[in-house]
Design a protein around this ligand. Sequence first.
Ligand SMILES: *Cc1c(COP(=O)(O)O)cnc(C)c1O
Length: 389
Amino acid sequence: MLSSRMSNLHPYIPGEQPKDRNYIKLNANENPYPPSPKVIKAVRSAAKAHPEKLGLYPDPDSNELKEAIADMLNKSGGVLCRANLEKGKKNGSGAIVSPSEFDKIPFVVTPDMIYAGNGSDEVLSFVFYAFFDSDRKLVLPEHTYSFYPVYGGFYDIPLEKIPLKADWTLDREKMLEAANKEDSPIIFANPNAPTSLGLTREQVREMLEKAPKDKVFVVDEAYVDFGGESSIPLLAEFQNLVIVRTTSKSLCGAGQRLGYLVANRELVNAVTTVKNSLNHFPIDFLAQTAGIAACRDAGYYVKCAQSVAFERDDFIDFLREKGWSVLDSQTNFIFCKKDGVNGLEAYKKIKAEGILVRRFDTPGIEEYLRITVGTHEQMQALREVMKEI
Ligand SMILES: *Cc1c(COP(=O)(O)O)cnc(C)c1O
């Protein structure tokens, strides 16, 4: 009864969501803080003041949401938290949203440069459909967001996986070499997962200069708000650049399923065509309402991102003191291992104490743990457990 296509499917395995016990969840890179009170208020009053809207189709193109996203990007410079650049300065001044000179976008992001979808996973899926072909390899790092290979199977797109360098950074030279060999598109996450390391904007620019100009170059910025450098300013120079973002991590919104991309208009139109051929109304009315309110209260999320960044850096110091090898993180998670400690055993020991972290069976990273940064209390609880490992 199954189509032949089915044999290409290798579904993504998400971080576990067990119901049997009230675990401290540090395994899916969700934000430990609730959404802004203004989001809760907006959703409540939308349902109350306009109950009829739940019976009507939502705006298929999320126009007000795209305006709110564009506005947030223009005001913030596309990055909420630069805490890692001012290490040690534990300030709570996040309420002021203004870009540093460094982050300032040298043009105005307009709503027609944005496509919004039902989680960035769906946005990515449409990107794969719109820009990658089955007769041409897609170049990506060997270790990166594990949904990319899943979509590769779904859309029958051959992949060329380029191993990371010994220091876990992207091998930019090898990626470019592979892309130029067959005139291939490129995708990677920046900062990358599960390594937590990012490229600077200058490094992305250098790659873009050398990459094929007639193929799309996708940068997934799911974690950029925790201290990465956004490539949005580069859109002025590179017509083939597509930047994918999500509200799931830095905007405390994993439950509302809201992601977006920023790119030049033609590419946005292409993705919109895919959407209109597959899922005409991807974002429901309440999620649009929540997303609009979140973007309009970016200051709240700056504070959340700063708290996460400070907690992260404290925890990295703690782990290093305890003899763990930890990569410098620009994200809301930590990638670490300890010599002589088996990754699976460590994961099990931590789980037995009621805390979930992420571990991968993927060859090359089996001994590593990927720990989402939680609240101070959650990380305190994890400290107690990890002292014993
Ligand atoms: C979490 C994550 C996503 C998915 O985000 P959603 O908007 O929740 O679908 C995409 N890319 C990367 C790199 C991620 O870590």
